[in-house]
Design a protein around this ligand. Structure first.
Ligand code: HQG
Length: 176
């Protein structure tokens, strides 16, 4: 299987639908590599390890004993990622598209199907995230004030900033 397709497959199995492949993730999101390989015979151990190592966003991690794999973030299934809370940079960014703005103005940023709202440390990354959906609209999040008000931020192993939700009052909309 081609690497990009394999990365998509791993995202599907490890974040969204393990049961579709007869797999069960442990409470921390780990699956045995042997089980993943058994679920998809066209994938070799070598290609799996290469995709984990080379992945552009470091989406996956291998356990210390080398036997298990998990996604670093982005789950829709319930897992505990044992993330430590961290002080965020003063400003964080969220890339979205015009059509979501009315709802975001009203309700703030919500985690939707994922566990958290995903925020980027720079505009460039947020722009890439937004481009998946259309013409990018970049929202600036006043993370410093949120943090000062006691709201919690986590940083995933691959550098994505995560928080439960972002109320509208902490969002700076373009042109506002
Ligand atoms: C929008 C990819 C209506 C939000 C990316 C987004 C990222 C609302 C969409 C990671 C809303 C959710 C996450 C509200 C938020 N009303 N729409 N109240 N609040 N939205 O995919 O941030 O390739 O769950 O703006 O690169 O786009 O998977 O989140 O457009 O890092 O590793 O609802 O996913 O990484 O979409 O992307 P998503 P996201 P991976």
């Amino acid at each position: 299987m081609e690497d990009r397709k394999l990365s998509k497959f791993l995202s599907l199995v490890l974040r969204h639908a393990p049961e579709r492949f007869g797999l069960k993730l442990d409470p921390f999101g780990w699956a045995a590599i042997d089980d993943v390989l058994r679920a998809k015979p066209s994938v070799t151990r070598e290609s799996l390890l290469r995709v984990v190592a080379d992945n552009d966003k470091q989406r996956f991690a291998i356990s210390e004993d080398g036997k298990r794999i998990r996604a670093n973030q982005g789950h829709s299934v319930k897992v505990a990622l044992d993330l430590e809370s961290e002080e965020p940079p003063a400003k964080l960014f969220h890339g979205t598209v015009e059509r979501f703005l009315p709802a975001i103005r009203e309700k703030g940023l919500k985690s939707m199907k994922r566990h958290h709202v995903h925020l980027s440390h720079d505009v460039e990354t947020a722009t890439k995230v937004a481009r998946r959906r259309g013409e990018p609209v970049i929202l600036t999040v006043d993370a410093a004030t949120m943090h000062a008000n006691g709201l919690t931020f986590f940083r995933s192993k691959n550098g994505v900033w995560l928080t439960d939700k972002v109320a509208s009052k902490y969002i700076i909309f373009p042109g506002k």
